[in-house]
Design a protein around this ligand. Structure first.
Ligand code: SF4
Length: 65
């Protein structure tokens, strides 16, 4: 309670493999300019789905702090 958690996608390491986007298209999308994954909602809370996407990301670049 009261702790702030943030999700960051390290766009340097993201290979745009589309795994997170295919798993949860309501959470992630491809940024058309950078061609890297991004959160649809920048204030996205850490949910079970986010944790799963982070676990499945082959580059381990979905960082939860
Ligand atoms: S799963 Fe990881 S490497 Fe693949 S698009 Fe998503 S953030 Fe990028």
């Amino acid at each position: 309670m009261g702790s702030t958690t943030s999700i960051t996608i390290d766009t340097y390491r993201c290979s745009a493999c589309m795994t997170c986007i295919e798993m949860y298209p309501h959470l992630f999308r491809l940024n058309e300019l950078t061609e890297k994954a991004e959160l649809i909602n920048p204030a996205q809370p850490v949910t079970e789905e986010v944790l799963k996407a982070a676990a499945f990301c082959p580059e381990k670049c979905i960082e939860i702090e």
